[in-house]
Design a protein around this ligand. Structure first.
Ligand code: BV8
Length: 243
């Protein structure tokens, strides 16, 4: 906490846990109902899409319907507030739900893309999220298949987003890893870049993530509780988000 008070450069890396209190199941808990028989790592792949684009689109259409009903929670709102209190704050997310932007975060580095829009597999052009009554949807311009504009397992992350995240992590004073199991790479390694750069690294999560960076701290709890409390403790004049 003391490190945060004097930090000039802070990086927050968020995962699916930050959106859990907005009603979005986390990535590895999401598989309920008819999706219970699939592992997300199996569906979120180019191979699954090539083999059965309709099935993959049905999964994303279901997740998109959940995202449409979700609103930012106190964790998203607090991170948006923090950005205004810290000279150099970089928010890096693994999430594809866009809730950080909805909460007012201006600069969000989306490592894994966004479920807010689709992409033409032929042109690579970004297209609005299609109506999902006719799956798999085709590009309105060229007729090729559309795909969700997300990064699947086995696909490279957007080079600019990854470079931005690695640079910010390597240069920061404090690195907060929030609501992520720390399983997915290369996102999980950002904490190591931060530690190697001499940053104070803290994991905020109800379960201790795997493979934590050496010398790091662990704070057990829900993001919607920990982050407002942290903000209130470090910046007492800001008040605490109790919604
Ligand atoms: C790539 C988009 C290379 C799609 C996602 C080492 C180096 C490089 C790659 C690898 C490597 N080892 C393995 C790999 C391959 C792979 C990988 O990491 N596999 C894993 C399974 C081991 N990585 C890749 O394939 C990446 N690509 O490296 O490409 C390359 C280079 C050049 C050319 C070709 C290839 C791509 C990875 C991106 C995959 N796409 N998402 C979609 O969403 O459908 S990842 C997916 O996992 C989501 O983005 C999710 O956010 C992310 C991480 O999961 P978490 O966010 O941590 O979610 P999880 O459910 O696991 O945990 C939630 C946590 O929240 C829990 O701990 C829970 O306790 C906590 N929680 C619950 N409630 C709360 C809470 N916390 C706080 N508050 C609460 N209320």
């Amino acid at each position: 906490m003391a490190a945060l008070r004097t930090a000039e450069r802070v990086v927050a890396l968020t995962g699916a846990g930050v959106s859990a209190e907005s009603g979005l199941p986390t990535f590895r808990e999401a598989q309920t109902g008819l999706w219970a028989r699939y592992r997300p790592e199996e569906l979120a792949t180019p191979e699954a899409f090539d083999m059965d684009p309709r099935l993959v689109w049905e999964w994303y259409a279901w997740r998109h319907s959940l995202v449409e009903r979700a609103v930012p929670n106190a964790a998203h709102r607090t991170l948006a507030k923090m950005a205004a209190l810290i000279p150099n704050f970089t928010l890096v997310t693994q999430n594809i739900d866009g809730l950080h932007q909805q909460a007012g975060s201006l600069r969000v580095v989306e490592l894994h893309g966004s479920i807010r829009h689709a992409r033409c597999i032929r042109e690579g052009a970004i297209r609005p999220w299609p109506p999902t009554n006719d799956l798999p949807p085709s590009c309105p311009e060229c007729g090729a298949l559309l795909r969700p504009d997300v990064v699947w397992f086995g696909e490279p992350l957007p080079s600019s987003a990854l470079a931005q995240a690695v640079h910010a992590a390597s240069q920061c004073d404090v690195f907060l890893s929030i609501g992520t199991s720390g399983v997915v790479e290369p996102a999980a390694s950002l904490a190591y870049h931060a530690a190697q750069g001499g940053a104070t690294v803290a994991y905020l999560n109800p379960e201790r993530p795997k493979n934590t960076a050496p010398g790091s701290f662990y704070v057990c709890g829900l993001a919607g509780d920990i982050l407002p409390a942290l903000l209130g403790a470090v910046w007492p004049d800001q008040g605490v988000d109790t919604e």
